[in-house]
Design a protein around this ligand. Sequence first.
Ligand SMILES: NC(=O)c1ccc[n+]([C@@H]2O[C@H](COP(=O)([O-])OP(=O)(O)OC[C@H]3O[C@@H](n4cnc5c(N)ncnc54)[C@H](OP(=O)(O)O)[C@@H]3O)[C@@H](O)[C@H]2O)c1
Length: 342
Amino acid sequence: MTKMKAIGFTEHLPITDSESLVEFEEIIPTPSGHDLLVKIISTSVNLVDIGVRKGGHGVLKHPKVIGWDAYGLVTEVGGDVSLFHPGDTVFYAGSFSRPGSDSAFQLVDERIVGHAPTKLKPAEIGGMPLTSLTAWEALFERLQINPQNRDANHQKTILIINGSGGVGSIATQLAHWAGLIVIATASRPETIKWTKQNGADKTANHRKNLVNEVRSLGYQYVDYILNLNDLDGHWNEIAELIRPEGKVAAITENHHNIDLQKLTKKSVSFNWEWMYTKSYYHTADMISQHEILEQIAQLLDNGTIHSTVTKVIKPISVDNLRQAHQLVETNHMIGKVAISNI
Ligand SMILES: NC(=O)c1ccc[n+]([C@@H]2O[C@H](COP(=O)([O-])OP(=O)(O)OC[C@H]3O[C@@H](n4cnc5c(N)ncnc54)[C@H](OP(=O)(O)O)[C@@H]3O)[C@@H](O)[C@H]2O)c1
């Protein structure tokens, strides 16, 4: 059986520890059913990698491979595969319950995979899938904004809390594409500039009182709020700023109880978005992640949106993944970091 190199961890160590990520050998898996075998060309690091790597105790018997972003080449397909062929280049985030993309080859279900954009560099693509799926599902499924309805959306305002991180950078572009008035939060001159480049009409500082910040821009209320950082810290501001009958979505879990009653009188709906829900539970609409990625690829290729990758590290190796983990752990990322073999 042919072996491949993979990178994972057996202990939940700080990233400064040289053993926090280790390289090891693994048998190259064989695809069956709806699975594709993909040769990984580029990947990225998301906060979920940090959470999984750090969160736990004890020593694992077998290294756990993380990494939930991939651009690569399909080398083999399972018997039920109908959407892809060997030789296709693809991009995807993958499943939370399977080995990740920090590996030479990876199995992935075709229903959560898209054909990769053709006009971007591998690294520019490798940093896009997880954040694009999260932003798309949050905006167009959970908040139920219709991106085709640009004229009606022009009258509507969205507040994106954490505009310059990985998810916010693509969410801002997609909300702008859908025609909304976008207020995105950014706290530093460089993140304000980046957020405006992504299509934000206005910025507000999440390090200051957001109610004052948004009201000083001339908005008493906003129609939608997408929370992408510190739900606990921003909850009272969200409850105050959301328009009666508005919609709120969040992608980060609260660490303390949040008071949903604050939304009652306004009849506001609150929605969670977890990018892995569809693949984790094999929901009936799981194939929608394939469709979303196909649309993202088209929007990237025709220049409607641009890659949010701001830093590229080459090649995929233990040291380079550790460097990317360190960057993401700062909680000050602007856009995305990609790790790429070419
Ligand atoms: N549910 C899901 O499916 C899903 C998917 C992806 C990510 N997530 C989660 O969503 C969060 C965001 O992910 P990401 O990859 O976009 O993060 P990220 O790239 O690491 O975000 C970094 C940005 O966060 C901003 N920030 C720091 N503290 C903030 C605060 N209190 N309020 C608002 N913004 C703040 C920073 O801006 P300044 O430096 O200017 O302050 C920085 O630019 C993470 O917690 C991640 O685990 C969930």
